[in-house]
Design a protein around this ligand. Structure first.
Ligand code: A3D
Length: 313
């Protein structure tokens, strides 16, 4: 069986880690694309990685390019093209510049990879994935955004740290938009099958939820020049992995809602089954009144950014 082809659009911090993870997991060959001014950088980065495959013990063609023809026929396209945050910036501050970049990328992906499973990572996430889908017109199951996997990974990690247990045993989901209004769901979180609420007091749970909502900003402040990249890369590759291996993982992703959760025509973070059909199914969880109200606040925040996107494309 021929190897799969994974195209990474944007060869910066997240792109680099994704390329390495893709090769290490033997998901397929990797083509990393960036703007012409960065062609040397991506060619160098990928050559460096290719030269490490011998010691890593994995087989994958790793190439860098600025020519979209080289991504032709990719099975998966993961997009990080765009600017990341600097300290003091919100994700929405990136909208103006990143919507122009996503417009350009979407037109090229539409031309060269019409059948790819497309994962958007560029911020502001929920509006960039909406823009990408609007421009490409791709089927909704083949376009989704990475945010919930990262947000829930952060939530799970903080819980594991607090309880001093394996993160593997913490199952959790985070709904809503990728921003300060995201909605961690402690009521549905379990640790080795035991409800979190049995193991932790409400005050500690709230402190961890609060830290999760601000986790990206915490990293931006510490790094001083750019945003998180290890955990976002691992999260996007987990989604690609589930698609390519038809694992049917239940993952929180930004998916197009058409009536689910009472929401129409917005991308928002919800649990979904990711398999060979892409976003195969959105799972609707019965929320209590408080959770539903928080989801509404998150949706309202996303709606504002969508108005800005619709004005621009
Ligand atoms: P960075 O290291 O700057 O890489 C971005 C790359 O995109 C750079 O190499 C640019 O040259 C390239 N680029 C710019 N314009 C284009 C274009 N038109 N075509 C192709 N490539 C282009 O950033 P990063 O990798 O740290 O972050 C990338 C994006 O992901 C940013 O928008 C971040 O805000 C976002 N991000 C999202 C999450 C989520 O959880 C959703 C988490 C962390 C970062």
């Amino acid at each position: 069986m021929a190897r799969k082809k994974i195209a990474l659009i944007g060869g910066g911090q997240i792109g680099g880690i994704m390329a390495l993870l893709t090769a290490q997991k033997q998901l397929g060959d990797v083509v990393m694309l960036d703007i012409p001014e960065m062609e040397g950088m991506v060619k160098g980065k990928m050559l460096d990685m290719a030269e490490g495959t011998a010691v890593g013990g994995y087989d994958a063609n790793m190439t860098g390019t600025s020519n979209y023809a080289d991504i032709e026929g990719a099975d998966v396209v993961i997009i990080t093209a765009g600017l990341p945050r600097k300290p003091g910036m919100t994700r929405d501050d990136l909208l103006d510049i990143n919507v122009k970049i996503i417009t350009n990328v979407a037109n090229q992906v539409k031309k060269y990879c019409p059948n790819a499973f497309c994962i958007i990572v560029t911020n502001p996430l929920d509006s960039m994935v909406y823009a990408f889908r609007k421009i490409t017109g791709f089927s909704k199951n083949m376009v989704c955004g990475m945010a919930g996997v990262l947000d829930s990974s952060r939530f799970r990690s903080f819980i594991a740290m607090e309880l001093n247990v394996s993160v593997e045993d913490v199952a959790a989901t985070v709904l809503g938009g990728h921003g300060p209004t995201m909605v961690p769901l402690p009521r549905l979180t379990t640790v080795g099958g035991i409800p979190l609420t049995e193991l932790m007091d409400a005050e500690t749970i709230e402190a961890i939820s609060k830290r999760t909502r601000a986790a990206g900003t915490e990293i931006v402040k510490l790094l001083g020049n750019g945003s998180a990249f290890f955990s976002p890369a691992a999260s996007a590759i987990e989604m690609a992995n589930s698609y390519l291996l038809d694992k049917k993982r239940v993952l929180p992703v930004a998916a197009l809602l058409e009536g689910e959760y009472g929401i129409n025509n917005y991308y928002l973070g919800v649990p979904a089954v990711i398999g060979a059909g892409g976003v195969e199914k959105i799972i609707e969880v019965k929320l209590n009144d408080d959770e539903q109200a928080l989801l509404q606040v998150s949706l309202d925040a996303v709606k504002g950014a969508i108005v800005d996107v619709d004005e621009r494309i």
